[in-house]
Structures are given as structure tokens and as C-alpha cells.
Design a protein around this ligand. Structure first.
Ligand code: 7TS
Length: 422
């Protein structure tokens, strides 16, 4: 993915602009699986990416040797476990290039992170009549929490339109901004189309109006280097399982002064300073937002995934995926009856398509029999589907382990689908 709006990798690792794809594939045990006797062609990484052995082993090792609850015990295992957990926070800080570990809150995923901001920042600082801007590209996770808030406190939701190519219409966004805009919550990259949103311009314009910005980075984090300080974004979130790490863990980055001003989102153990029946006081961020026993082994796995991406280098990953995206776009365009939805100039390696007279679910079912895993449906982006005038699409989403041969397998499978329906 290449966008002037994206943070550029800052060096630090010696990323040659290529990696050994066969060596990379060997890190992912599941890629040797057969599906209906055909080699697995996994093109659903936007839903959940596969995990390298480095992640699986790190979690296994921690469970076997250093596992206990964190932040609670004086005993040795609890200290080791706490160290691993806090080391993972430092890895997440590094990954987002945040200034401080206190700005990294662990959540169960991006969904919880957005609900946290809506529940805490939204209920704490917004009032009836305030406006929140989202875009047509959003995943339901970045729509429904704001609607829940709207129903609770009476804020208004404004929606940035998109062009026919799936591009974010910056000029229309700028017109929506006004003195009542208090928060802008948009995807960094669209999960359904791969569109890259010009986030730097979005953030600068929102700040000029005094609004805070949350970026849903779920589909950006696997593909590009992120620099929250360079972006000057207020909140940023992503999920571990989309960057080759485990499910059940995600990150909310928030500027420290914002997080410390925000009321707790959930109450429970570990987030308090002191409790009496009359009055409870709370810890500062990040612990204020991490009530209860956290995702300890998942944090270990998240750190291993971050280290894995760092070892390959963001530039090398981006270069590889850009090649796959270009090749896939070319190959799918050649399949008779296939129409790609989402052709904005700046895209991540996601290709959504429909086929004349073939329902997306039929596409998905038939190519699955050929070992090819794509996602079909509305991709939790129903408003976007309405805008595009379709009920569903088929989506091939490419990760760092995918090859041109796999693109060929998809294209060949689609030719067979075509023949079956001709
Ligand atoms: N935001 C975006 C842009 C996403 O792509 C997703 C998941 C989420 C939020 C929610 O992430 P979670 O980890 O909290 O569930 N996207 C998809 C998808 O495209 N197909 O399946 C899940």
C-alpha cells in the first residue's frame, strides 16, 4: 500500500525490499493443509490472518514456563508473567510509534476499543447536539457503538460519502466538519474494498475544528507502518488476530492526557487505587481501562507477531503485497463477468468483486471446493454495500504469505465458476 497519507517506515530494521516467500510460508504451519485434497489457498486474512510458529511457540512457551496472573502476586511466576505482559505493551508502543507505554491499553480487540472510546470519552465528554463523523466505508464496529451513544445521549451522526471507485471524498468530509463536530471516527483502510483513507488530511482538518479523531486501523496495521505521533491522531486501534497474532487481544492507543481525563469504562479488579463502599478512586491509564484479569498469553502472542512483522520489515511486506494486489487486479479483470468493486488509487491488498449472474455465496462455495478460501457477504459493512448497490461481494484479501500462484488459483477457479453458470 502506498500513500502519502500513510506514515513511512522509519528505518531501524534493515528491510531489503524483498523477502524469501518460501521461507515466510514455511513459518505458517496451516499453509501446508489440504482442503478437499487441494492445497489451501488462504485469501481471507482481512477476516483473520494465520499465525506463524513464532507466535504459536511464544504462547506455548509462556504457558509452559512463566504463566500466572499478572500485577497481583509477589511470587516469582507472577512477576515473570507481569514482565512478559508489560513487555508486550512496550512492543505495541513500538509498533504504533507511540511516545509512552501508558498510552497503550489492551482490549479484547478493535471492537472493544471503539466501544471503550464511545462509552468512556463519548459519555464523559459529549452531549446532545454534538456531531460525530464516520464514513460510508466503516465496518459495523465503527458505526454501531456511535449509534448506541446517539440513542443514549442524543449526539448526531454524519456520514462522509464515497465516490463510485470507493474513494473517500475528502472535499465532502471538509464540508461536514463544523463547530458541532466533536469526534471523527474513520477507518484507516476499508475492510471491504481496501481503500486507503487520507487520514493525515482528515486528522488535520478535524483538529482545526477542535474535534478529536479515532482511527480504526484494523486493516492498516497488517500492511503498513503506523506512526501515531506523526499522524497526531487521538485514538488508534487494531486487533491482534489481523496482524498474525492471537484472537482475544487488541490495542487502543490514546493520547495520555485524554485517557487520564476519561472516566473508567468497566469496573473491577486492578483498575482501582482504593475502594470503600462510600468512594472508589481509580488508577491512571492504562490500568484504569483494564479491569479484571487481562489476556496474558494473548499479549505474549501479540508481541511475537509484532516482532515477526518487524523481522520481515514493513517496507518489504508492503512491496510484496503491492505486487500481489497489482497482479490480482490484472488477473481478475481478465475473468469474463467479474467486476471489481473498489478501484481507488490508494488501496491495500484487498480485492472485492462480483460476478454477473452469480451470487457471491455461490462463488464462495464453489471456489472453496477448489481449496480457495475467500470471504463472501456484506463484510460487516452493510451501509457500504447499499451504497455500491449490491447485497454482497466476494472478497480476496492477501497477506504477506500469499503468492502469484495463489492468485492464479483464484482466477482459474473463477473461470470454472463462470463455466458452471454459463
Ligand atoms: N474494523 C475493521 C476495519 C475491521 O476490518 C474489523 C474486522 C473490525 C473493525 C472488527 O475487528 P474485531 O477484531 O474486533 O472483530 N473485520 C472483519 C472482516 O473484514 N471480515 O471479518 C472481520
Amino acid at each position: 500500500m502506498s500513500s502519502s497519507a500513510l506514515a513511512r517506515p522509519q528505518g531501524g530494521h534493515n528491510a531489503a525490499l524483498a523477502f524469501d516467500i518460501e521461507a515466510v510460508r514455511a513459518d505458517f504451519p496451516i499453509l501446508t493443509r489440504k482442503i478437499y485434497d487441494k492445497p489451501l489457498v488462504y485469501l481471507d486474512s482481512a477476516a483473520s490472518a494465520q499465525k506463524p510458529v513464532q507466535v504459536l511457540q511464544a504462547m506455548d512457551r509462556a504457558a509452559r514456563t512463566s504463566y500466572s496472573n499478572v500485577h497481583r502476586g509477589l511470587h516469582r511466576l507472577s512477576q515473570e508473567s507481569t514482565d512478559l505482559f508489560e513487555q508486550a505493551r512496550e512492543a505495541a508502543r513500538r509498533f504504533l510509534k507511540a511516545g509512552k507505554v501508558e498510552e497503550i491499553v489492551f482490549t479484547s480487540g478493535a471492537t472493544e476499543a471503539i466501544n471503550l472510546v464511545a462509552g468512556s470519552y463519548g459519555q464523559g465528554f459529549l452531549k446532545a447536539g454534538d456531531e460525530i463523523i464516520v464514513s460510508t466505508l466503516e465496518h459495523h464496529s465503527n458505526i454501531v457503538p456511535w449509534q448506541l451513544l446517539r440513542d443514549r445521549i442524543g449526539i448526531e451522526l454524519k456520514v462522509v460519502p464515497i465516490g463510485d471507485d470507493g474513494g473517500f471524498l475528502l472535499e465532502d468530509y471538509l464540508k461536514l466538519l463544523g463547530p458541532r463536530t466533536k469526534l471523527v471516527a474513520v477507518a484507516h483502510v476499508s475492510n471491504a474494498l481496501g481503500t486507503v483513507v487520507p487520514v493525515k488530511a482528515v486528522i488535520d482538518a478535524a483538529h482545526a475544528q477542535g474535534a478529536v479523531v479515532l482511527l480504526d486501523g484494523c486493516q492498516a496495521a497488517p500492511h503498513t507502518a503506523i506512526d501515531v505521533q506523526d499522524l497526531d491522531v487521538d485514538f488508534y486501534t487494531f486487533s491482534g488476530h489481523k496482524i498474525y497474532g492471537p484472537t482475544g487481544i487488541g490495542v487502543l492507543y490514546g493520547k495520555q492526557e485524554l485517557l487520564n481525563a476519561m472516566p473508567p469504562y468497566q469496573g473491577g479488579g486492578e483498575m482501582i487505587r482504593s475502594v470503600t463502599f462510600e468512594k472508589t478512586t481509580y488508577k491512571e491509564t492504562p490500568h484504569r481501562f483494564e479491569a479484571g484479569t487481562p489476556q496474558i498469553l494473548e499479549a505474549v502472542g501479540l508481541e511475537a507477531a509484532i516482532c515477526y512483522l518487524e523481522s520481515l520489515g514493513h517496507e518489504a511486506i508492503a512491496a510484496h503485497e503491492a505486487g500481489i494486489l497489482a497482479y490480482a487486479t490484472e488477473r481478475l479483470t481478465q475473468v469474463p463477468g467479474v467486476r471489481i468493486l473498489g478501484t481507488a488509487p490508494e488501496k491495500a491488498s484487498i480485492v472485492s468483486f462480483v460476478m454477473d449472474e452469480v451470487h457471491a455465496h455461490d462463488i464462495g462455495t464453489i471456489v472453496d471446493r477448489m481449496g480457495v478460501a475467500v470471504r463472501v457477504g456484506h463484510h460487516c459493512a452493510e451501509p457500504l454495500m447499499h451504497r455500491l448497490g449490491v447485497a454482497a461481494t466476494a472478497r480476496a484479501s492477501f497477506g504477506l504469505y500469499n503468492t502469484r500462484e495463489e492468485v492464479d488459483a483464484l482466477a482459474d477457479a473463477l473461470v470454472k465458476v463462470r463455466k458452471l453458470f454459463a
